[in-house]
Design a protein around this ligand. Structure first.
Ligand code: FEO
Ligand code: CA
Ligand code: CA
Ligand code: CA
Length: 500
């Protein structure tokens, strides 16, 4: 109360300088506290918080007092052999396979605000894990098809990077770099690389993978509505020379049916963006077979719509969608409905600092099949950021982005001035439109991921992922963040930042 609010397109903190310190550095007036770190117990059953936390999403428990107690979903993207097993592994024993699958997926924790910080309530009746061991249903055209070797259910979710919020109170968690884990665990690769839906409040809601949204290295999923009421999901495929996608449901969103709206994600049309023509290209089996008509190998590969959904990238390229510079988060601005895409970088084309692209759908309709776009902000020494990754917005139309310069590059030449990874606020309107202001600096070799605000925007949840990831000798970790008493190694952890 009583604090001065910025106007649209303004920021209200004093930006920080890049830092090499082994801490989460914030502007004056802001504080953070650790809510949960790798290995912490999250419930009475003894479940523990997984490794390399990423995407976060807050769900108020008491709608009338939403910003004081809620559930926090947290993705767990992958596992460090060194910090989880004590050494680098070539092969995993049965027990180790279980451990590394358990430590990926997601955590549902109950959090509350007390004494100027956020705490985890381990007596929560909701707190639980979704892991690489959880039984998960497939939905949509590829369910039970030959393309997934007939499966209707699969084992587990892993490589969970970013995600999104549905309009009906559930969350989407995206399987990104699933290949290594699937191989190490001896699991069927066609079962991974999907968008997964979870209801944080209901353990009886079957966790599901929506095959209609395609299979690729899914970064995130941003949900909106077309002007005629169909559900639209924007998605990035975080690979070099990969495409930007959107899914449009056949049916229309109906608030009255609540979580049954989930069915909308099993039937619809998948599109990929053609940036040279400004068109969304429909990925249909008919079009793919027509484009492949002189190629026997491709005709064998693409027989049904399920094949298109399982080999989405190949289908999109075949149909003329534009390969882009590693599309990570794709987010709809709640301010004006424009769509922002973080193209993090692509050294194949010398785009080493990346950029953020802004899509303008025709008539401002997310259901439109035509769009314009422009480069909203470019990474580099002038803007002060490099390798934009996750995106989120506040009520002033400010875009918040976190950066992901890989640890191995941070001390090299062109990346050196940026120091540790950071978080930046970029107004999307007003005199400072497109200008980046540094808000946070990560601990050594960490990446800040998954920023999300509480509804009143007084608190921000943020993941600190892979601090000290270049450590080779466990007795000499390169980072000791979060510097908790008794800890002998760094720990990925989710924090709450207050002071907004
Ligand atoms: Fe897991 Fe594209 O970041
Ligand atoms: Ca990411
Ligand atoms: Ca990244
Ligand atoms: Ca990451």
């Amino acid at each position: 109360g009583g604090q001065k609010k910025p106007k649209l397109g303004q920021i209200k903190f004093k930006p920080i300088e890049p830092s090499s310190k082994d801490d989460l550095i914030l502007p004056r007036g802001y504080q953070y506290n650790v809510i949960a770190a790798y290995g912490d117990q999250i419930n009475q059953k003894g479940d523990t918080f997984g490794f390399n936390n990423d995407f976060t999403l807050y769900f108020p428990i008491d709608q009338s007092n939403g910003s004081e107690r809620g559930l926090l979903w947290v993705n767990h993207e992958y596992v460090s052999d060194l910090f989880v097993f004590g050494k680098e592994n070539d092969e995993y024993s049965k027990e180790q396979t279980k451990t590394f699958l358990y430590n990926q997926g997601g955590s549902i924790i109950e959090v509350y605000e007390e004494d100027n910080s956020w705490k985890m309530d381990t007596t929560s009746k909701y707190a639980r894990r979704v892991t690489g061991l959880t039984e998960i249903d497939l939905t949509g055209p590829a369910k039970g098809s030959d393309a997934v070797n007939g499966s209707t259910k699969v084992q587990g979710t892993f490589a969970n990077c970013s995600g999104g919020r549905t309009l009906w109170g559930t969350l989407l968690s995206c399987e990104e770099n699933y290949e290594d884990t699937a191989e190490a665990a001896g699991l069927d690769e066609t079962h991974y690389g999907w968008v997964v839906e979870v209801d944080p409040f209901d353990p009886n809601f079957r966790v599901r993978k929506h095959t209609a949204l395609g299979r690729f290295n899914h970064e995130n999923a941003s949900v909106g509505l077309s002007k005629d009421g169909r559900v639209v999901v924007y998605m990035g495929d975080d690979k070099k020379d990969a495409c930007v996608y959107k899914f449009i449901s056949d049916g229309k969103y109906n608030e009255k049916v609540g979580k049954n709206n989930s069915q909308l994600l099993s039937k619809g049309t998948l599109y990929a963006a053609d940036l040279s023509s400004g068109e969304w290209i429909e990925l249909s089996i008919e079009a793919v077979r027509e484009a492949a008509k002189n190629d026997k190998e491709l005709l064998d590969k693409f027989k049904t719509q399920a094949d298109v959904l399982v080999h989405t990238h190949d289908a999109a390229i075949l149909l003329g969608a534009t390969p882009t510079d590693r599309p990570e988060d794709v987010e709809i601005s709640p301010f004006d409905g424009t769509v922002f895409v973080a193209h993090t970088n692509n050294d194949k084309h010398g785009n080493i600092h990346g950029h953020i692209t802004r899509f303008f759908e025709n008539n401002g309709d997310h259901g439109s099949l035509e769009f314009q776009f422009s480069i909203f902000a470019a990474g580099g020494i002038q803007s002060g950021f490099s390798a934009p990754d996750n995106l989120t917005f506040d009520q002033y139309g400010t875009l918040w982005t976190v950066t992901d310069i890989s640890s191995s590059k941070q001390n090299k030449k062109v990346w050196k001035p940026f120091k540790n990874n950071g978080m930046f606020a970029i107004p999307t309107s007003g005199p400072q439109e497109g200008e980046a202001f540094q808000f946070a600096s990560a601990p050594i070799e960490a990446e800040l991921t998954g920023p999300s605000f509480t509804p009143n925007e007084r608190s921000l949840f943020l993941s600190v992922q892979h601090p000290g990831e270049e450590t080779e000798d466990l007795s000499k970790p390169t980072s000791m963040w979060p510097h908790r008493p008794g800890d002998k190694m760094p720990r990925p952890a989710v924090v709450a930042i207050r002071g907004f």
